[in-house]
Design a protein around this ligand. Structure first.
Ligand SMILES: Nc1ncnc2c1ncn2[C@@H]1O[C@H](COP(=O)(O)OP(=O)(O)OP(=O)(O)O)[C@@H](O)[C@H]1O
Ligand SMILES: [Mg+2]
Length: 337
């Protein structure tokens, strides 16, 4: 799917286990230079762990295997120095937990200047000028005056912007934004999404956008990966997955979100809960919750296979292709060609 652009990151058979419990079951995923990829799925499906593992940021008790290549260079099992060169430099991550990113007892300007020194060797006036430019770029008003303030003197949305500024300090080729807007109100969320789009257009960086919010994903991403219980179950373009979700789980995610442009249908939550990684069901992990499951789904594990239309799908009983009329109702405004 990303054949047109060269791959920046390639994950192959990436597996993670904590204390002998497997939580990631072999992720194969490419991110092309400059593209925006969304990663969605219910809580606990492995979205954060995928990228924390890729960047070597999981605690020592995590057993990580597989391959993580950045521009062809293997990172899995690489030495610390090689990982540190990539982290923050080639790839920056905005963490799901904001408190882990901004230091509450350091003035904001100093934090950005420090990141500029680590990643680009900038010091003194040059670092200050660049820090102010970054604060300005992410839309912090009156940056010069606010340079010496502490994180608690900024609003939640502004802290999010400052975290993006810190992430941009290393001029990354890829920004991984883990739930960057979840804690924000709708207006600020829309502003952050706009900001991410603008920054991508200005810098040409690629983006991995991790979110529960399919609407947000459709506003910033070109391609979406849907994860369930530590595996990718469907991957395709945003337009493809919105118009024709084929995996019953993807379909379920769409049925569970309100649509402002569609008829006032009842929302249908996916019945049941995400399985505990310790006790995964046999066969397809989604089969106990799947409305289309047959007996065989409980015994055979479906592999993620490329489909004729360019998507990848792990399901032996996919949702039948919908008619054009239904498809049009599902595609959010702006994605219709
Ligand atoms: N440090 C850890 N130690 C043990 N288990 C962990 C650790 N971090 C994550 N896990 C487990 O790994 C699985 C995947 O977690 P992950 O954080 O990737 O989920 P997620 O998809 O990001 O969910 P959310 O949407 O809630 O952020 C979960 O079962 C979680 O309990
Ligand atoms: Mg997470």
């Amino acid at each position: 799917m990303s054949a047109a652009k060269p791959d920046l990151v390639a994950l192959r058979d990436l597996k993670v286990a904590f204390d002998g419990v497997q939580v990631l079951h072999g992720i194969d995923l490419n991110v092309a230079k400059g593209e925006a990829l969304g990663l969605v799925g219910e809580s606990g499906c492995g979205k954060s762990v995928t990228w924390l593992a890729a960047l070597g940021l999981l605690p020592g008790k995590a057993a990580v295997t597989g391959s993580v290549r950045v521009d062809g260079r293997e990172l899995c099992g690489a030495r610390r120095a090689a990982l540190e060169e990539v982290r923050g430099g080639r790839i920056a991550m905005i963490f799901q937990d904001p408190s882990s990113s901004l230091n509450p007892v350091l003035r904001i300007g100093r934090q950005i200047v420090e990141a500029l020194y680590i990643h680009r060797g900038l010091r003194g006036d040059a670092a200050r000028v660049e820090a102010l430019r970054l604060m300005d770029m992410v839309g912090i008003p009156d940056a010069a005056r606010r340079f010496d303030l502490y994180p608690h003197e900024f609003s939640g949305g502004q802290c999010q912007r400052l975290m993006i500024a810190m992430a941009l300090a290393g001029q990354p080729d890829l920004l991984i934004a883990d739930e960057p807007t979840t804690a924000l109100d709708a207006t600020i969320q829309a502003q952050i999404l706009d900001l991410l789009n603008t920054l991508r257009a200005e810098t040409g960086m690629a983006l991995v956008f991790i979110s529960h919010d399919l609407g947000a994903v459709s506003q910033v991403c070109e391609r979406v990966c849907v994860m369930y219980a530590g595996r990718i179950v469907e991957e395709g373009s945003v337009a493809q997955l919105f118009s024709e979700p084929r995996h019953p789980y993807t379909r379920g995610l769409f049925d569970a979100i309100p649509r402002i442009d569609g008829p006032r249908d009842r929302l249908i939550p996916i019945p049941g809960t995400v399985p505990n990684p310790k006790h995964l069901p046999a066969g397809c992990s989604f089969s106990p919750r799947c409305p289309r499951a047959v007996d065989a789904c409980g015994s055979d594990y479906p592999h993620l296979e490329p489909q004729g239309d360019g998507r990848r799908l792990a399901c032996t009983r996919p949702v039948p292709v919908v008619t054009r009329g239904d498809a049009e109702r599902r595609i959010p405004e702006g994605l219709m060609s």
